[in-house]
Design a binder for this molecule. Structure first.
Ligand code: GTP
Length: 195
């Protein structure tokens, strides 16, 4: 039977930082101009090539609005990689990156992702985050833009590299099992949104 690596990836971050647009750019390689604010969470699968093999990313785009915050720990269940996204056009002090990092389960890897680099007021302040919780596995992405597409491919490569490093191919799961995981995730999503 074919095997495929599949990994649950969750996008976290304040409302309007650009998580949905970034996820859309990853999957469709185009910019979504006026997305509705995410309600609860949205889920999709995206297959990428890494080192000659296919890797399936089960991407959960969570809502940044405070009102949905109590659901976030449920959406983070089984996540192996979490992207903590922030908007580079707003000073970093306005974001509580540390509190997003604290929400992430201990065994998950984190990539901090600056976005909206196309905006004139965008500033790269990622150096000030280097000391963030040294007990965690935290990586830093290059500045990205869902609008121009800048570095979104670089981010996807970083994601698969980091996943390959921490979860090597010996941990492959069969396609059959993958389908199970995907439907389980969908059930969880329906269940959370109906609460
Ligand atoms: P929630 O769903 O509320 O959590 O927001 P979000 O983080 O998913 O933000 P979303 O992707 O919905 O984007 C919010 C706004 O920022 C939208 O008006 C987007 O068009 C805009 N936006 C997103 N990414 C970019 C970008 O890279 N550059 C620019 N200029 N605008 C962006």
């Amino acid at each position: 039977m074919d095997t495929i690596r599949s990994h649950k990836v969750v996008l976290l971050g304040d409302s309007t930082v650009g998580k949905t647009c970034l996820a859309h750019r990853m999957k469709h390689d185009c910019f979504m101009h006026c997305p509705d604010s995410t309600i609860g969470c949205e889920f999709f699968a995206h297959t990428v090539e890494s080192g000659g093999e296919k890797v399936k990313l089960l991407i959960w785009d969570t809502a940044g609005q405070e009102v949905f915050r109590s659901f976030t720990p449920q959406f983070l269940r089984n996540a192996v990689l979490v992207l903590v996204v922030y908007d580079m056009s707003t000073p970093l002090r306005f974001y509580k990156i540390e509190s997003w990092v604290k929400m992430v389960p201990e065994n998950a890897i984190i990539i901090i992702v600056p976005t909206k680099s196309d905006l004139p007021s965008a500033e790269n302040e990622s150096d000030s985050l280097q000391g963030l919780d040294p007990s965690r596995q935290i990586y830093f992405a290059e500045p990205t833009s869902a609008k121009s597409g800048l570095n979104v491919d670089v981010l996807l490569r970083k994601m698969t590299d980091v996943l390959g490093k921490h979860f090597p191919s010996e941990n492959c799961i069969s396609n059959e099992k993958y389908v199970d995981i995907e439907s389980e995730e969908k059930r969880l999503l329906d269940c959370c949104l109906l609460q």
